[in-house]
Structure formats: structure tokens, C-alpha cells
Design a protein. Structure first.
Ligand SMILES: C[S@@+](CC[C@H](N)C(=O)[O-])C[C@H]1O[C@@H](n2cnc3c(N)ncnc32)[C@H](O)[C@@H]1O
Length: 289
């Protein structure tokens, strides 16, 4: 078991997340952010099934915290849409790990797209409890090609669940403010201060020419993750991303005085993180190197 305390280094681990996270102690993280690959096609679904069979044996071994209620909801949803089953079977054990790793005052941010978000919401309510649900954040952007045959889809959904609805940490005053949509309707003082963000976050994607760009294809903007870390953790707290990609959560955490553990099984992602986060220790799961 790894130690996570004031003396531990920020950490990047190359490895399969379901192998790495069991080496981390219960309740160590105040924020867990997960941005898993989307359920975009058959090839990926095949991969997901393989991973689950290797990692946890049978998906039916997982019952969740809500016992029979969760099993019933899960069964109904899977019968309704079998395309979702492989994806959820992949995600479910990783979500249970995330829950175990969250501190009592911790918060899970699960970044999804419109294809999964609604099924995931129903399943997470059943798995973690509806009272643990805090928010559905819509990250809206306006970039790229636009469909002419339906409303162009230009948002992601981030589902937010807290470990304990009585104890979770949330500091709205610590969050970057944003301009009022109708600045003429508020006082100059309010205009200068900006408004608190709501659950709809307008934010550009990572600019293809900006300094933030790492070249990693699915990189998320720091401005979006910064809000999560500002609101849901304090300086010195630990945050975890086990689908870390280019390490955006680590970059934000470091800038805000938080500590981080980042995991990705792709060596290209770990190379990007090594460059982006030069102060972090880098290990390969299973070698300790
Ligand atoms: C959507 S990307 C994350 C992007 C990230 N939020 C950022 O800002 O760069 C998902 C990442 O999860 C990684 N991944 C997928 N399955 C994984 C697994 N089972 N274990 C570890 N990493 C995994 C992929 O390699 C990919 O880098």
C-alpha cells in the first residue's frame, strides 16, 4: 500500500487504473475527477469487455452500496440498451474504487458526454444514493463542425456526487467568478466582482494555438477543472485522476497548492505529464520504477 501524506511526492503512475488504485489508501482524496474514454464504438466496447473479464472476473460480483435496488436498476437498463452494458461494466469497478478512495468530505466529478450521461445518472443514484448527488454540470463550448440535421451537440456533462451529503466540502467563494450576461442590469461593484458560476459553464476548448495545449488529443481546459478543485478542496488536500491523459488535473492542482496522483495506461500520456509536471515522481505500476 502506498503512503499518501504531507511528505509523499506528487505522483504520476503508468499503469492500468484498476491495478494502481487498489494500492492507494481509503479516504485519501478530497477530489476524484474521472474523464473516461467515451463509449464511441464497437472496437472500444470489445476492449472494455476484455478489461473487465481480466480485472474483476464477473461483473455480477459487484453489488454496489444499494444492494438489490442497484442490481434491479442495472438489470433493467442493460436489458433496455445492451450497447451500454460493456461500457458500464468497464466503468463500474473503477467508480467503486473512486468511492472508496474519497475522503468523507470528498467529491467525485465524473466527466461524460450526452451518450452516457443519463444512463450513468440513474445508475449512480442507485449505486451511491440519490442523496449523494450534488450537481449535473453542463460544460458548454462552441467550436468545430456543426450538424445541419439536428441541434449541434456542443456540451459535455459532469456528474457530481459527494461521499457524505452532511460533511462534503464546498467553497463557492473560492471559485473564479465570471462576467455577468447582462452587465448593464447590475451595479458597477457587482460588475467588477463578477458573478458566481452556476451549473452551466461556458468555456472554450483548449485553444489549438494557446500555451496550454500539450498535443494530447482529449486534453480538457484547465479553466474547467480549476473550478472543481477550487470549490471542492483546500490547499494541501490530495486529488486523484485515474484517467489522467495529459494531466490537466495535476496542472491545476499544483497551481492551487493541492497535491495529486495521476494514473494513465498510455505511455504517450505519461510522457506528456512528465513534461507538464516536472516536479512529480513518475512510476510504472508493478516495477516501483
Ligand atoms: C479522455 S482521456 C483524459 C483526458 C484528460 N482529462 C486531459 O485533460 O488530458 C482518457 C484517458 O484515460 C486513459 N485510460 C483509458 N482506460 C484506462 C485504464 N483502464 N487505465 C488507465 N488509463 C486509462 C486513456 O489512455 C486516456 O489518456
Amino acid at each position: 500500500m502506498r503512503t499518501i501524506d504531507d511528505r509523499s511526492p506528487d505522483l504520476v503512475v503508468l499503469g492500468e487504473n484498476l491495478d494502481v488504485t487498489p494500492t492507494l489508501p481509503d479516504g485519501a482524496f478530497t477530489v476524484v475527477y474521472l474523464d473516461p474514454p467515451f463509449n464511441t464504438g464497437r472496437k472500444q466496447r470489445r476492449h472494455a469487455v476484455t478489461a473487465v473479464q481480466r480485472d474483476v472476473g464477473s461483473p455480477s460480483t459487484i453489488t454496489g452500496f444499494r444492494g438489490r435496488t442497484y442490481e434491479r436498476v442495472r438489470g433493467d437498463l442493460m436489458r433496455f440498451d445492451d450497447r451500454f452494458e460493456d461500457y458500464w461494466s468497464f466503468l463500474e469497478p473503477r467508480l467503486l474504487e473512486a468511492w472508496r478512495l474519497l475522503a468523507d468530505d470528498g467529491t467525485l466529478y465524473l466527466h461524460l458526454d450526452y451518450r452516457e450521461a443519463h444512463y450513468a445518472k440513474v445508475l449512480l443514484d442507485a449505486l451511491f444514493g440519490r442523496d449523494a448527488f450534488l450537481n449535473e454540470i453542463i460544460w458548454a463550448y462552441d467550436f468545430g463542425a456543426k450538424s445541419r440535421s439536428r441541434w449541434p451537440t456542443k456540451h459535455d456533462t459532469i456528474l457530481v456526487y459527494v461521499k457524505d451529503p452532511e460533511r462534503y466540502w464546498f467553497d463557492s467563494e473560492a471559485v473564479d467568478r465570471e462576467p455577468y450576461m447582462a452587465p448593464g442590469l447590475v451595479t458597477p461593484e457587482k460588475r467588477a466582482r463578477g458573478k458566481l458560476p452556476t451549473d452551466v459553464w461556458w468555456h472554450t476548448i483548449v485553444s489549438p494555438t494557446g500555451s496550454e495545449k500539450t498535443g494530447y488529443p482529449t486534453q480538457k481546459p484547465e479553466g474547467v477543472l480549476r473550478r472543481m478543485v477550487q470549490a471542492s478542496s483546500r490547499e494541501g488536500d490530495w486529488v486523484l485522476d485515474s484517467f489522467a491523459g495529459s494531466g490537466t488535473l495535476g496542472a491545476v492542482a499544483h497551481a492551487l497548492g493541492r497535491r495529486f496522483v495521476l494514473v494513465d495506461h498510455n505511455p504517450v500520456a505519461v510522457d506528456v505529464m512528465r513534461r507538464r509536471l516536472p516536479g512529480a515522481a513518475v512510476e510504472q505500476q508493478g516495477t516501483g520504477a
